[in-house]
Ligand binder design. Structure first.
Ligand SMILES: Nc1ncnc2c1ncn2[C@@H]1O[C@H](COP(=O)(O)OP(=O)(O)OP(=O)(O)O)[C@@H](O)[C@H]1O
Length: 295
């Protein structure tokens, strides 16, 4: 699936602003970004729910609508349509029946971790249960591509873990998964590749490790012990210097070289070397920390 220079505006807002993205079969890709970064709009273009104002979006070598109609795609979107009266088993069975090669309903319920909800009415479930039913609905057709828009938003910690295990089990069969999230940790832990969106543009694309490296490999911190911070930015490897009180923090591409140079200056009191966290990466890329949802 492929985005080539895709643009989508809503009035004056460029929700997607020139996105080029290719996702290969079998990849699990996270779309990571703050509220309003353009994740849902990107997903809606991928699914053919919106058409780009400029550029092109292809899915399985053709227009997205064709792939969706052919049953190649299962999606779990943010806004759930209200279905009433039917049971979970009936709903999943109904959706499965619309696909050419669905999974057995019992298998879907097992994968989604909700066999005990089979006989329950879908309009009488908790928020977290509803979310898992929506995951089951997305899986029901055994789609080659699974698209999940903030799939863990309403789940507690335990349900979250169970959800990701299920997603992984599904992806293992060579299926492609694209999910969006605000959570850096989730993107790092569960995706092969992280695509960071900010204001409708891709600002980074790679594994968690590659993103960390691109944003400056490590942080070296030490006590200034009264000496000034002038010239620290010139030490080998150093990309940025931050001073708080008497403590300096150096972002460096080469922590060995930086530490050796500091040792030569006799400036290694309280020395600490830590790899850049994904939070640091996100901060560097977007100029602000990712917003977290309240737990
Ligand atoms: N139907 C719409 N009409 C007008 N503006 C829209 C519409 N859909 C999205 N937008 C705007 O486009 C921008 C991108 O929104 P989008 O929903 O794609 O972001 P997101 O990354 O999915 O955010 P969130 O994490 O909050 O779901 C936002 O500024 C949003 O207000």
């Amino acid at each position: 699936m492929c985005f080539a220079g895709a643009v989508k505006s809503f009035g004056a807002v460029r929700a997607v602003d020139g996105v080029d993205l290719e996702i290969r079969r079998g990849e699990t890709v996270a779309l990571l970004g703050r509220n309003g970064a353009g994740k849902s709009t990107t997903i809606s273009l991928l699914l053919g729910l919106n058409t780009p104002d400029a550029g092109a979006v292809e899915l399985f070598g053709g227009p997205p609508e064709r792939a969706v109609r052919a049953g190649l795609v299962g999606a779990m979107l943010q806004e759930a349509r209200a279905v009433t009266r039917v049971t979970v088993r009936e709903l999943v069975g109904f959706v499965a029946g619309r696909y050419p090669d669905p999974l057995p309903v019992a298998r879907v319920l097992e994968l989604a971790g909700i066999p005990e909800l089979a006989g329950r009415r879908v309009d009488r479930l908790s928020g977290g249960q509803t979310q898992r039913v929506r995951f089951a609905v997305a899986l029901a057709g055994n789609p080659a591509l699974l698209v999940l828009d903030e799939p863990t938003a309403a789940l507690d910690v335990e349900a979250r873990r169970a959800f990701w295990d299920a997603m992984r089990a599904y992806a293992r069969g060579g299926r492609t998964v694209l999910f969006s999230t605000h959570y850096l940790e989730e993107a790092d832990a569960y995706a092969d590749r992280i695509v960071v969106l900010d204001r409708g543009r891709i600002v980074a694309d790679g594994t968690g490790e590659q993103l960390r490296r691109a944003a400056g490999g490590s942080l070296v911190a030490f006590d200034l012990a009264g000496r000034g911070s002038a010239g620290l930015e010139l030490l080998p490897g150093v990309r940025a210097v931050e001073v708080r009180g008497d403590r300096a923090r150096l972002r460096t591409d080469d922590s060995d070289a930086t530490v050796i140079a500091l040792a030569e200056l006799g400036a290694i009191r309280g020395l600490e070397v830590v790899p850049a966290s994904l939070d640091d990466v996100f901060l560097t890329l977007t100029g602000t920390l990712g917003e977290r949802e309240p737990v």
